[in-house]
Design a protein around this ligand. Structure first.
Ligand code: FEO
Length: 167
């Protein structure tokens, strides 16, 4: 059984993951509008991943006999600039999410909630990957600069990303 504090914090994380999904979907829409279909695909898959993350929290709360509560999702940023700035914003957002996961682990330990701590460890590993992936694309975009051919080449690479549901 979840403590009330833990239940509230996990519910807030459902909202944070759904906001992440919204944010990346908005970025995907922007890239599609710019005819950067590979970038748009990458962000669309990212949005799907975030939705799957939200569902993991949703399922954990229910499995632990808690109550999943869905709050309003904030509207995402809608004015976007160049691909580099967008991926830098995605990287910053992932660092923010990592901080939230760390706080959840700290709370689980404080609440003596070993099951939630164990559940959250998957996210600890996932966030290392999330940050590294976003930062990797930031670094590539820095190297590319204003080279249109290289941007086009990266767009083709990012078009290859497919959605794999998390286990
Ligand atoms: Fe669900 Fe990208 O963190």
């Amino acid at each position: 059984m979840l403590s009330k504090k833990m239940e509230k914090a996990l519910n807030e994380q459902i909202n944070a993951e759904l906001y992440s999904s919204y944010l990346y979907l908005a970025m995907s829409a922007h890239f599609a509008d710019q005819n950067l279909e590979g970038f748009a695909n990458w962000m669309r898959i990212q949005a799907q991943e975030e939705l799957a993350h939200a569902m993991k929290f949703f399922d954990h709360i229910i499995e632990r006999d808690g109550q999943a509560k869905l709050a309003a999702i904030k509207g995402p940023e809608s004015t976007f600039k160049a691909p580099l700035e967008i991926f830098q914003a995605a990287f910053e957002h992932e660092k923010y999410i990592s901080g939230r996961i760390n706080d959840l682990v700290t709370l689980a330990i404080k609440e003596n909630d070993h099951a939630s701590n164990n559940f959250l460890q998957w996210f600890v590993g996932e966030q290392v990957e999330e940050e590294a992936t976003a930062n990797g694309i930031v670094q590539q975009l820095k190297l590319i600069g204003k080279d249109a051919a290289a941007t086009f080449h990266l767009d083709i690479e990012l078009a290859k990303r497919i959605f794999t549901p998390p286990v």
